[in-house]
Design a binder for this molecule. Structure first.
Ligand SMILES: [Zn+2]
Length: 213
């Protein structure tokens, strides 16, 4: 628990350094359910509900960051970044959020994709993982995206809009006709970040865009 708190403190502090602490933030709760097998998270206004596999938890006496622990830190980093991206900056279709029916937007690739880009980036920026470990994660996202033929058949905007009926109702054939707005959205964010840096001789980056939002 002490190690998890130390790691999460570094990651959350990194997000604050980038975007500034949200107004009236005095407590944030990570609810974590450790199952035999599981993964996922859901953001709330001042908390997030997360699920991990028991083997992803750091062990007593362990010093390095295992692939599972890295995944768990990335998940918590992702949900914490939602404190800004989608909780305080959000699509018009979510304002006010109608909890009685499905809310459609073509912009989930912005909100989930950019969040997916910054979740792992915060791990390396805060020193929780090494640069090599970060590049391995980027490589995995590129591989996952390129391997799914669905990326040639659906745009990230269509995938966002169809999230209720396709992305969250996947079957074995889904990789053939849908694209993940999380993974490809993260790669678009990476490309956007590198393009801004290149076009401005490193004067600006996606960080500046996020601060302006
Ligand atoms: Zn998310």
């Amino acid at each position: 628990m002490a190690r998890l708190c130390r790691g999460l403190t570094k990651v959350c502090t990194q997000h604050h350094t980038l975007l500034g602490a949200p107004e009236s933030l005095d407590r944030y709760v990570f609810l974590l359910t450790a199952l035999e097998q599981g993964y996922g998270g859901l953001e709330h206004r001042w908390s997030s509900s997360n699920i991990c596999s028991r083997e992803d938890l750091p062990r007593n006496g362990e010093t390095g960051v295992s692939a599972g622990y890295r995944k768990l830190l990335g998940l918590c980093s992702h949900e914490y970044f939602h404190l800004w991206n989608v909780t305080r900056m959000k699509p018009a279709a979510f304002t006010p959020y109608d909890l009685t029916s499905e809310a459609y937007t073509g912009l989930l690739w912005v909100f989930e994709g950019i969040t997916s880009y910054y979740d792992d980036l915060a791990l390396v920026r805060s020193g929780v993982i090494t640069r090599e470990s970060y590049l391995e994660l980027v490589g995995q996202v590129i591989t996952r995206t390129l391997r799914a033929p669905g990326r040639m058949r659906q745009s990230v905007e269509e995938s966002s809009f169809d999230a209720w009926t396709k992305f969250y109702k996947q079957d074995t054939g889904s990789p053939n006709f849908i694209v993940s707005y999380y993974a490809k959205g993260a790669l678009i964010a990476l490309a956007l970040d590198l393009t801004i840096q290149q076009e401005t001789n490193n004067e600006f980056s996606l960080d500046d865009v996020m601060r302006e939002c």
